[in-house]
Design a protein. Structure first.
Lengths: 402, 340, 384
C-alpha cells in the first residue's frame, strides 16, 4: 500500500460522502438502522445511505440488541433488519409498527410476495429469500457417470460412489457445526419427513418415527463428511468447495455465488446448482426471508422518512448492481444460473421455516443435543427424549408451557 | 490510618466496584431464586410469509405475550426457591447415573460434563503454567545480557496477543489441513483430524492456554529471580550444594510468594475457561461451565433466554472458584496477620 | 561474586540454550504465520502446502510481489525501528519529559514511533524500491508473492481507522481512570493494617472471579433505557449510555479494579512505610505525604500495572461488542464481526490483515515498555 494511494483514497472517500448519489429524494431526518452484517445487508444499507442523514449499524450482536433497543423510548433505531425468526421478539413485544399506510403511500411498486402480514397488518417488507439446495461438481459427476441425485437416498448413494472412486477428499460437505447450524440441518431433515416440531399447546412432538428417521439420515450423512464436521459452518463448507475438497453439498443459496468467484475459487464453472434432494415428503431445505421493519416508538414523520429510505435501499437499481449477493425478491431481479437451485427447491415444495417463540427454543436444544448422538455417546431414542426434556425445562422457564 | 482517611483513599474504587460488580451480582443472586416470565395467550393468527415466487399464508394457533395498556409485555415473577438450581444440576439424573455407576450417563448431563472438563482443565494447566513459567524464566536469566531484551520481547508475545485472535490463529494452524496438522501428519505418517474427537480438542485447548499464560508466569518469575539473595547462593556453593539443591532450597522458596500469586490468578482465569471453547468450536464435544452460563444467557432467535438458569450456573461457578481458592486465601490471611 | 563456582557446564548451557530457542519459535510462530497469510491472495493463504503459503505463487501470478531488494530494505526498516525503540527512546524520553510527566512522554514517543514506522514502511520504502528495482537486475525481480491490498481494504474501504480511534479512546480512558482510582485504593489498603482492608481485598478477589458474561448481560437493558431512568435526576439531557465509550470505560475500569488494587497494594507494601511516616511526622497529611513522598517513587509499579490495564481494555471483546454500537465499535469486536458473519474467503484474509494490524500496536508497546515491566515487577508489584 503506497502512501499516495492512501492519500488519494482518503480524498476520494471525502469527495464521495459529499455527493449524495442517486437517491430519489433528499432525506433530512436523522435515521439509524440495526441489521445483521452479511453481504446483502451491506448492499442494501449502502444504497440507503445515498439518501443522506442515515447511519447503518451492521452488527453481529443484532439479535441480542434489537429487542432491547427497539423497546426503548424513543427507539434507538428506526429501521431494523430481521429474518422470519428474528422478527418474532419484536412482533411479540409490539415494538414494530404496521406498515399498511406507508406501503399504500410509498410502496405501490412492492410485489405482494414481499409483504409479510400478520392478521392483515403488514409488519415487514421482505427483500430476499434463502434456502438450502444441492450444489455438485459437474466434472466429477461426468467422470463417474453419475446423475444428479433427486432424493436424499440417491444423494447418499452418489456420495458412496464418489467415496469409492476416491476422487476428492470427502464426498459431501455439511454445515454440522454444533449449535445453530446443526439444529438447522435437523430442522430441514425433519421438515422433509413432514414433521411438526411442537403442537398447538407448545408441547414437543419430535420424539417419533419421523424424528428417528431424520436422525438416522443425518448420521448416514456424517460418514461422508470431513470427520471434523461438528466444527464446520457454512463458510468452512464453502471453502472446502472452493478448494476442490468436496464434491457435493446441500448448502445455503446465498453461498452459491462464491463458487464462481475467480478471486478465491479453484472450481469456477464446475459447480451446478439443483434442487435440494427430496425427503419422503418435501425437499431437505427450509425457506427463509430477510427484510426490514420500522420501529413503533418513533414519530410518524420519522417512520415515513425511514420507510422511504428503506424503499430506496431495496430498489431495482440496487438489485441490478448486486445480482450475486442474494436471491432477491425485489422487482428487476433476473434469477441467473446461480439462483436455479433455490428456485427448483421452492418449486419442489420446500416448506417455510416454522418460526415461533417455541421454535426458537426447539432450535437451540436441537443444536446442542444432537452432537451426542452423532458422536455415539447416546442412541437415537435417548437423544430425542433428552432433547424433549431440555425443551420442556427451557419452555417452562420461558413461560410457554405450565 | 484513620477510618475517614482510609475511606477517602479507597472510596472511589469501592464505589465503582459496588456499582458495576456488586450490584449486578445481587441481581444475579436474586434471579437464581426467581423466575420472571411473560404472560402468554394463545390466539388464532393468519400470517403470510414470503416464498420464492408466491406467499405462503397459514392460519395457526400462536402463542404470544399479552401486552398491557402501555404496550409493554406483562410479566410475572415467581419465587421458585432452589428449583432453578435443580434444573441446572439435574440431580435426579445425576443420582441415577451415580447409582448405576455409569460414567457416560454422568457425562451426558451438561452441567456435570462441563464441571468435569473445567476442573480437569484448571488442575492440569496449573502445574504446567507454573513449571513452564519457572523454566522459561530461568533460561532467560541464563541467556547472555546481549540477547535478553529480544528474548523477553518474543516470550511476551503469546501473552499480549488478543485472545480472540490467538484462538483463531490456532484454528487456522490446526483446522482441517492447517499447516501444523499437515506437519504432524507428515511426521506421524498418518491422517489426523484433530477436531474430530473430544480428547484431541481438550489437549489442544490446554496447550493453547499454557502457551498463552506461561509468558505471564515467566515474566513475573524472571523479575523474582533478579532479587534472589546472591550471598546465600554463594554460601550454598561454598557449602557444596549441588545446582539442584540450590534451586530447591534457595530459589524456589524465594519465588514462593510469586508462585502463589501466579497460581491464584491462573486458577481464577482457568476456571472461567470460555474463549477456547468458542475459538476451537468445541461445543459439540466438550463444554465448560462459563460456556454453559453463556449458552443459557444467549437469546435464541425468537428472543428467549434462560436468565434464571444462567444466574444459577454463574453462582455455582463462583462457589467452585471460592472452594479452589480457599488454601491460597488462608495463606494470604496468615501473611496479612504476620505483617501487621 | 565467585563467578567461577557459579559457571555452568557446557551441557547445561546447551540444554538451556536449546530450550530457549525452541520456546521462542513456539511463542512467535502463530503470529509470524498469520502475518505471512495476511500478505497473500486467498488461494495462497489457505493453501495446504506451507511453501505455497510462504512464496505465494498465485499472488505472484496476480502481479504483486516483493524482490530480494525490497525484502532486505523492509527488514532493515523493521530492525532499525526495533533498535531505536529499545536503545534510544528511553534516554530521550527521560531527557525531554518534564518531571512527573514521564508517562505522557512515553505515550507521545510511542505514537511518534508508530507514525514514523508507517510512513517509512508504506511511504518511503515503495518509492525507494520503485526507483532501485530496475537498477539491480535479478535482485529487483519479484521472488515472493505478496500484496498489501488486504490492508488497504481493512484500513480504507472498511474504515478500520475509525475502530482504531475508538479503541484508543476506550483504552486511554480505562488506563488513566483505572490507575488514578486504583493507586489511591492500593496505597490506602497497603498502609491500613485493619481487618476491613483485608476483607476488601478478598471481596475484590472474588469479584475478579465472576464470569463476565453474566455481569455484562445485566448492563444492556439498564444502559439502553438510561435516558428514561436518569431523566428524574438529569432532566431533558439524560444520555443514553448504550453505545457511549464513556459507559464502556466505566464498566471496564470496574471489572479491572480488583487486579489493579492487588498489584498496586503489594507494590506499595514494598515501599518502606518509614518514608511516608517520616513525612507525616513533619506535619504532612496522608494525601500530602502520598503526593510528595510516594508519587515520585511509584512509577515503575504504576507503569507495569497500567500495562495490564491496557491489555485488558485493548483486548476486551465481551463488554465492547455488547455495549457499543457498530458505528463506534472498537477493533476487537469489529474483527470478530468480520470473521463470524457470512463471509467469503477474501473477507477472511482481510480479517487476518485486521488481526495483524491490531497486534502491531501491542508489539510497539511491549518493545517500548519492556524494561519498565521487568523493573516494575522486580520492584515488588507482585510480591503476592
Amino acid at each position: 500500500m503506497k502512501l499516495k494511494t492512501i492519500l488519494m483514497a482518503g480524498a476520494l472517500s471525502v469527495a464521495g460522502s459529499v455527493a449524495a448519489a442517486e437517491c430519489a429524494f433528499e432525506n433530512t431526518t436523522e435515521l439509524r438502522s440495526l441489521t445483521a452484517g452479511f453481504e446483502a445487508w451491506k448492499a442494501v444499507t449502502d444504497a440507503m445511505a445515498e439518501c443522506g442523514n442515515f447511519e447503518a449499524n451492521l452488527d453481529q450482536e443484532f439479535r441480542e440488541k434489537q429487542p432491547e433497543a427497539f423497546a426503548a423510548e424513543p427507539s434507538l433505531y428506526h429501521i431494523g433488519g430481521v429474518s422470519n425468526s428474528t422478527m418474532i421478539p419484536l412482533l411479540n413485544a409490539g415494538t414494530i409498527r404496521p406498515l399498511n399506510d406507508l406501503v399504500e403511500k410509498h410502496g405501490q411498486h412492492l410485489k405482494p410476495n414481499q409483504l409479510i402480514t400478520v392478521d392483515g397488518d403488514i409488519m415487514a417488507v421482505a427483500m430476499m429469500v434463502n434456502n438450502q439446495h444441492l450444489m455438485y461438481r459437474t466434472d466429477i459427476f461426468e467422470e463417474l457417470d453419475l446423475e444428479a441425485p433427486t432424493t436424499y437416498d440417491e444423494y447418499l448413494e452418489a456420495a458412496a460412489v464418489i467415496e469409492e472412486a476416491d476422487v476428492v477428499q470427502y464426498p459431501l460437505g455439511g454445515t454440522f457445526k454444533s449449535g445453530w447450524n446443526l439444529g438447522e440441518e435437523f430442522v430441514n431433515m425433519f421438515l422433509a419427513h413432514g414433521g411438526t416440531f411442537v403442537d398447538d399447546n407448545n408441547m414437543p412432538t419430535i420424539n417419533n418415527e419421523k424424528g428417528l428417521a431424520s436422525l438416522e439420515q443425518l448420521k448416514a450423512t456424517t460418514e461422508y463428511l470431513d470427520p471434523e464436521y461438528l466444527a464446520s459452518d457454512s463458510t468452512y463448507v464453502q471453502q472446502q468447495f472452493q478448494q476442490g475438497q468436496i464434491a457435493m453439498a446441500n448448502l445455503w443459496a446465498s453461498r452459491a455465488g462464491a463458487m464462481n468467484d475467480p478471486e478465491e475459487s479453484q472450481v469456477v464453472g464446475k459447480v451446478t446448482m439443483a434442487s435440494a434432494p427430496m425427503g419422503p415428503e418435501a425437499p431437505v431445505s427450509s425457506i427463509w426471508w430477510d427484510g426490514i421493519v420500522i420501529a413503533a416508538n418513533i414519530t410518524d414523520e420519522e417512520a415515513e422518512a425511514a420507510f422511504r429510505v428503506a424503499m430506496e435501499g431495496m430498489d431495482t437499481e440496487m438489485v441490478q448492481a448486486n445480482p450475486e449477493a442474494a436471491v432477491w425478491l425485489v422487482d428487476g431481479y433476473e434469477p441467473g444460473e446461480i439462483a436455479a437451485g433455490a428456485a427448483a427447491t421452492a418449486a419442489n415444495g420446500a416448506r417455510p421455516y416454522p418460526a415461533s417463540s417455541a421454535m426458537g427454543i426447539m432450535h437451540s436444544v436441537l443444536g446442542n443435543g444432537i452432537a451426542a448422538y452423532l458422536n455415539g455417546d447416546k442412541d437415537a431414542e435417548t437423544t430425542l427424549a433428552d432433547i424433549e426434556a431440555a425443551y420442556m425445562t427451557s419452555a417452562k422457564e420461558a413461560g410457554l408451557i405450565d | 490510618m484513620k477510618p475517614k482517611v482510609f475511606a477517602a483513599f479507597v472510596g472511589p474504587s469501592i464505589f465503582m466496584m459496588l456499582l458495576f460488580i456488586a450490584f449486578p451480582l445481587l441481581s444475579v443472586f436474586w434471579n437464581s431464586f426467581n423466575v420472571t416470565q411473560p404472560i402468554y395467550e394463545t390466539v388464532e393468527v393468519e400470517s403470510c410469509t414470503a416464498g420464492f415466487l408466491e406467499q405462503t399464508c397459514t392460519t395457526e394457533m400462536e402463542t404470544r405475550p399479552v401486552l398491557n395498556e402501555d404496550g409493554e409485555i406483562m410479566r410475572q415473577t415467581e419465587f421458585v426457591g432452589l428449583q432453578t438450581y435443580r434444573n441446572v444440576l439435574e440431580m435426579d439424573r445425576f443420582w441415577e447415573a451415580v447409582s448405576s455407576g455409569s460414567w457416560t450417563g454422568l457425562q451426558n448431563i451438561d452441567f456435570w460434563a462441563a464441571l468435569r472438563f473445567t476442573v480437569m482443565f484448571t488442575l492440569i494447566t496449573l502445574p504446567l503454567v507454573v513449571g513452564f513459567g519457572i523454566g522459561i524464566a530461568m533460561v532467560i536469566n541464563n541467556a547472555s545480557q546481549f540477547i535478553r531484551g529480544p528474548v523477553i520481547f518474543i516470550s511476551l508475545l503469546p501473552f499480549i496477543i488478543t485472545p480472540v485472535i490467538g484462538a483463531l490463529s490456532i484454528n487456522w494452524l490446526f483446522r482441517g489441513d492447517g499447516i501444523l496438522t499437515a506437519l504432524l501428519e507428515w511426521w506421524l505418517e498418518q491422517d489426523l483430524a484433530l477436531f474430530a474427537q473430544a480428547w484431541t480438542i481438550e489437549l489442544l485447548m490446554m496447550v493453547y492456554r499454557v502457551w498463552h499464560v506461561a509468558p505471564f508466569a515467566a515474566i513475573i518469575f524472571y523479575a523474582g529471580l533478579q532479587t534472589v539473595n546472591q550471598d546465600s547462593l554463594e554460601s550454598a556453593v561454598i557449602d557444596g550444594a549441588s545446582r539442584w539443591q540450590r534451586l530447591r532450597l534457595i530459589i524456589i522458596p524465594h519465588l514462593a510468594p510469586l508462585i502463589i500469586f501466579v497460581a491464584m490468578i491462573h486458577l481464577m482465569d482457568a476456571y472461567r475457561v470460555f474463549e477456547e471453547v468458542v475459538g476451537f468450536r468445541a461445543e459439540g464435544h466438550v463444554i465448560s461451565l462459563q460456556w454453559l452460563t453463556y449458552d443459557f444467557l444467549k437469546p435464541d432467535q425468537a428472543g428467549n433466554r434462560s436468565i434464571s438458569r444462567a444466574s444459577a450456573s454463574a453462582m455455582l461457578t463462583m462457589i467452585g472458584i471460592a472452594i479452589l481458592l480457599v488454601p491460597l486465601l488462608k495463606r494470604t490471611w496468615r501473611d496479612h496477620k504476620g505483617t501487621h | 561474586m565467585t563467578a567461577k563456582a557459579l559457571r555452568q557446564p557446557a551441557s547445561l548451557k546447551i540444554v538451556s540454550g536449546t530450550f530457549l530457542a525452541v520456546w521462542c519459535v513456539i511463542a512467535a510462530f502463530p503470529i509470524f504465520w498469520i502475518t505471512v497469510m495476511s500478505f497473500k491472495s486467498p488461494v495462497d493463504a489457505f493453501d495446504a502446502n506451507p511453501f505455497n503459503v510462504i512464496f505465494g505463487p498465485a499472488t505472484r501470478a496476480g502481479g504483486s510481489g516483493w524482490s530480494i531488494l525490497e525484502i532486505v530494505l523492509a527488514l532493515a526498516v523493521v530492525w532499525l525501528t526495533a533498535r531505536i525503540t529499545m536503545r534510544r527512546v528511553p534516554a530521550l524520553v527521560a531527557q525531554y519529559s518534564p518531571g512527573g510527566f514521564v508517562a505522557l512522554g512515553w505515550v507521545v514517543a510511542s505514537a511518534l514511533i508508530g507514525v514514523g514506522f508507517v510512513l517509512a514502511f508504506f511511504g518511503l520504502l515503495p518509492l525507494v524500491s520503485d526507483f532501485l528495482n530496475p537498477l539491480v537486475g535479478p535482485l529487483g525481480r519479484d521472488i515472493i508473492g505478496a500484496t498489501t491490498e488486504h490492508y488497504e481494504t481493512v484500513w480504507i474501504d472498511r474504515g478500520f481507522s475509525n475502530n482504531f480511534k475508538n479503541s484508543l479512546i476506550v483504552t486511554a480512558g480505562v488506563v488513566t481512570i483505572s490507575l488514578s482510582v486504583g493507586t489511591l485504593a492500593g496505597y490506602g489498603i497497603a498502609r491500613s493494617g485493619s481487618t476491613l482492608a483485608f476483607w476488601i481485598l478478598i471481596v475484590a478477589l472474588i469479584f475478579r472471579a465472576l464470569p463476565h458474561s453474566v455481569l455484562v448481560a445485566g448492563y444492556l437493558p439498564v444502559f439502553i433505557n438510561s435516558a428514561e431512568w436518569l431523566s428524574p435526576i438529569l432532566g431533558e439531557n439524560a444520555p443514553t449510555l448504550y453505545g457511549k465509550p464513556a459507559a464502556v470505560i466505566a464498566v471496564l475500569v470496574a471489572i479491572n479494579q480488583p487486579f489493579t488494587i492487588w498489584m498496586l497494594r503489594s507494590f506499595f507494601a514494598n515501599i518502606p512505610a518509614d518514608l511516608d511516616e517520616a513525612a507525616r511526622v513533619d506535619g504532612c497529611s496522608h494525601f500530602k505525604a502520598f503526593r510528595l513522598v510516594i508519587m515520585p517513587v511509584m512509577w515503575p509499579g504504576v507503569i507495569t500495572t497500567g500495562l495490564f490495564s491496557f491489555l485488558l481494555a485493548y483486548n476486551d471483546f465481551l463488554v465492547t461488542s455488547l455495549l457499543l454500537d457498530a458505528s463506534n465499535q472498537t477493533m476487537v469486536p469489529a474483527i470478530a464481526g468480520m470473521f463470524n458473519r457470512e463471509t467469503t474467503t477474501t473477507d477472511q484474509v482481510v480479517a487476518v490483515a485486521a488481526a495483524v494490524s491490531i497486534t502491531a500496536p501491542l508489539f510497539l508497546l511491549v518493545m517500548v515498555f519492556q524494561r519498565q515491566i521487568v523493573s516494575g515487577l522486580t520492584a515488588g508489584a507482585v510480591k503476592g
